[in-house]
Design a protein around this ligand. Sequence first.
Ligand code: FMN
Length: 203
Amino acid sequence: MQFEIAGINKSFKESFMDMLGVLSARYSSPLLEAPAPSAEELENIYEAMMRAPDHARLRPLRLQVWQGEGLNRLVQVFVDYTLRKDSQSTPEAIERARGRPLRAPMVISVIARIEEHPKVPEIEQVISVGCSAYAMLLSLDSMGYGGMWRTGDIAYDPQALKDMGLAENEKLVGFVYVGTPLDRQIKPVEAPIFQDRVQFITE
Ligand SMILES: Cc1cc2nc3c(=O)[nH]c(=O)nc-3n(C[C@H](O)[C@H](O)[C@H](O)COP(=O)(O)O)c2cc1C
């Protein structure tokens, strides 16, 4: 069976093996440097993200790409949040907050635009966007970039979300920190044992 992805013809088996390879080797990259993907590469990633399962095709996904000077706007939101939580924050705590969004050359806010729908509860819309975020991580890995999904209290703070430009009906599913990994070593991580987590129900 042959099929075409982005102009490349591959056998089904070849592509399936590629996909399992990418899935099994994915890992988060906390240490990221430039370059980050170009706008054109981000468009390819966006297309992959948009193939996430999406009940009733509500298209809940929205992205904000913070880069260059724009990252300083995100820094300000982090600093304001820290001071709002504790007006007595130490200079060290403020410096830590300032440094957080600068851990990568690009930060992407992955946002779920929640719609009222008789058959699609909020959780399903958030899950769909979570699948898109995962598709982003997988795409980044397969393109030689790296990413790390982060949240923290700030991702659930209504004022911080407002400061970032989210509407009332929007949830921040996560910040994906994006760039080129400084360290591409794959560290083996043990998964829970298959038999402990997978129950076959056959009759
Ligand atoms: C919704 C969500 C939020 C997360 N938030 C954070 C975070 O704020 N800080 C952090 O260090 N890791 C966070 N993680 C975990 C990392 O993204 C990563 O998955 C974890 O460090 C394990 O590494 P691995 O992906 O290479 O297995 C979050 C993961 C998810 C799914």
